[in-house]
Design a protein around this ligand. Structure first.
Ligand SMILES: CC(=O)SCCNC(=O)CCNC(=O)[C@H](O)C(C)(C)COP(=O)(O)OP(=O)(O)OC[C@H]1O[C@@H](n2cnc3c(N)ncnc32)[C@H](O)[C@@H]1OP(=O)(O)O
Length: 211
């Protein structure tokens, strides 16, 4: 079904989403955010206005794509998702044509699987999570809601990532290891042992940052 889409945001992640949607021939009604964007205008994507203006579009006739990115513990992406869900809007799950996603995978609402990503059999991914460019989830990974798996990250089989955690670019989690909720794992880190909730870890092997 080609339900018309409104993109929320106009920054880096929104651009990549728009590029994916245009390649797939999707209809984009416009984008919403605090300011207009030359990049969007050059592609003929109409500026709807601030987020409140989205309410003028009936939630039954559109779906939303959350173009807000997530770095570290920035909660804007999850706040926007929860706000519009509570208003009755639904979020589109988007998968780049170059991604490889097993048929034995559970994807919840609003998941983004970007170019070159791989998701293997038995994995589950919670709402509003980004599986970013060229990252890979091997078999039986469990990824929570509002997670960002950054470009190039590698999750070995059975790895678990809790809600609202940001896994940095090219980080690796070895098999069957759990990273808790609301954690940040630094770019390039190698996680060998479980990480408790609310921790910042980085390095090889990954260690908890000293406060
Ligand atoms: C599409 C996209 O672009 S998605 C974006 C993806 N972005 C990322 O993956 C970025 C992830 N963020 C990081 O890796 C960050 O460096 C963090 C969150 C781990 C740490 O950030 P901060 O708390 O600001 O740490 P800060 O920069 O002050 O560095 C503190 C120390 O840790 C070291 N350090 C920071 N990050 C790392 C890392 N990833 N690996 C190893 N050491 C690190 C620094 O060298 C510094 O060491 P020093 O005190 O000996 O000089």
């Amino acid at each position: 079904m080609n339900t018309p889409i409104i993109v929320l945001g106009a920054g880096g992640h929104a651009k990549v989403c728009v590029d994916l949607l245009l390649r797939q021939g999707r209809t984009i009604i416009g984008y919403a955010g605090p300011v207009s964007s030359d990049w969007m205008e050059q592609r003929g994507i109409h500026y709807i206005g601030e987020d409140a203006q989205v309410a003028e579009c009936d939630a039954r006739n559109v779906t939303l794509v959350n173009g807000i990115g997530m770095i570290g513990q920035d909660l804007l992406r999850s706040r926007i998702f929860n706000h519009f869900r509570s208003q009755g809007y639904t979020f589109e799950t988007i998968i780049h044509d170059s991604a490889i996603v097993s048929s034995d995978v559970e994807l919840e609402e609003g998941v983004h699987i970007m170019a070159g990503a791989i998701v293997q059999a038995g994995s589950t991914i919670g709402v509003n999570t980004i599986i970013n460019t060229r990252s890979s989830l091997d078999h039986d990974c469990r990824i929570g809601a509002h997670v960002h798996i950054s470009p190039g990250a590698v999750l070995c089989g059975g790895a678990v990532v809790g809600d609202s955690t940001h896994l940095g670019a090219s980080a690796t989690i070895i098999q069957n290891v759990t990273v808790g909720v609301r954690c940040v794992v630094g770019a390039g880190s190698v996680v060998l042992k479980p990480v408790a909730d609310d921790k910042l870890v980085y390095g090889v092997p990954a260690k908890e940052a000293k406060k």
